[in-house]
Design a protein around this ligand. Structure first.
Ligand code: NAD
Length: 254
């Protein structure tokens, strides 16, 4: 068991990559705190973990709301006394080139994808600093490194998360806290399905064109990213600090 006795908080783990990671981490011995905006989806993840014999707790919170995040962290500390790993996974999509994006849509994407990393980190870090250990995984995207059209707000946020990861690593290295980033390519999740449905008249053609951009010739699965997150969460990656980890089927070279 690679995560035996670890207490791990995963934001946005009611669906997609977060859910697959929660299931994998629990199967590796972690107690997983499943967070999501949606009570229904979050409780479903916890139920699946418990049915498989794992340990999990659901805490509903909006990662953009300071009171909500602080009370989630307080609840976890009261229940378990510590948080070993924080996976800042929750995020939303944003579609459109700059001239097409409405200011309120821009702000919403910025808020969830950047504030949603800032707030959980802000309230978890003091506990990790006190214990002088911890691992934080921030969800960026390969879009931080490659140019994809009509994804202005989303690209801006994922680039920001990557540079924030490096800045955090410098600040918290003295406390033996590691901060790394995941950069997935296109992973078939409800997030991507919604994006394709809302952005293209012919989603199947769009999927085929995305596949052609991959060296792998295929798109990723949530489990592919979960395995990379497992590596960053475990002590096996103890020499990785402030690093971007690509799980993208080679799309950055495509
Ligand atoms: P998803 O939509 O399947 O899951 C995201 C979850 O986050 C949902 O359950 C949603 O309810 C939750 N969420 C949204 N806003 C929230 C909030 N304010 N507070 C708490 N929870 C909230 O998406 P996914 O594809 O699994 O994406 C997860 C992360 O991975 C996102 O940050 C996304 O940007 C990133 N990512 C995804 C891909 C991909 O191709 N799927 C690629 C690169 C990066």
């Amino acid at each position: 068991m690679r995560l035996q006795n670890k207490i791990i908080l995963i934001t946005g783990s009611g669906s997609g990559i977060g859910k697959a990671t929660a299931l994998l981490f629990a199967s590796e011995g972690a107690t997983v705190v499943v967070n999501d905006l949606s009570v229904e989806k979050g409780e479903e993840t916890v139920e699946e973990i418990k049915q498989a014999g794992g340990s999990a707790l659901f805490v509903q919170a909006d990662v953009t709301d300071p009171d909500s995040v602080k009370s989630m962290v307080d609840q976890i500390i009261a229940a378990y006394g510590r948080i070993d790993v924080l996976f800042n996974n929750a995020g939303i999509s944003g579609v459109g080139a700059i001239h097409e994006v409405e200011p309120e849509d821009w702000d919403r994407v910025i808020k969830v994808n950047i504030r949603g990393v800032f707030l959980p980190s802000k309230y978890v870090l003091p506990h990790m600093m006190e214990r002088r250990e911890g691992s934080i995984i921030n969800m960026s995207s390969c879009i931080a490194e490659i140019g994809l059209g009509r994804r202005a707000s989303y690209s801006a946020t994922k680039g920001a998360v990557l540079s924030l990861t490096k800045s955090m690593q410098v600040d918290y290295a003295p406390y033996q806290i590691r901060v790394n980033a995941l950069l997935p390519g296109t992973i078939m999740t409800p997030f991507v399905e919604n994006y394709l449905r809302n952005s293209y008249d012919d989603p199947e053609a769009a999927i085929n064109s995305l596949k052609k951009r991959q060296l792998s010739g295929d798109l990723g699965r949530p489990e592919d990213v979960a395995k990379a997150a497992l590596f960053l969460a475990s002590d096996e990656s103890k020499f990785m600090m402030g690093s971007p980890l690509y799980i993208d089927g080679g799309v950055v070279f495509g």
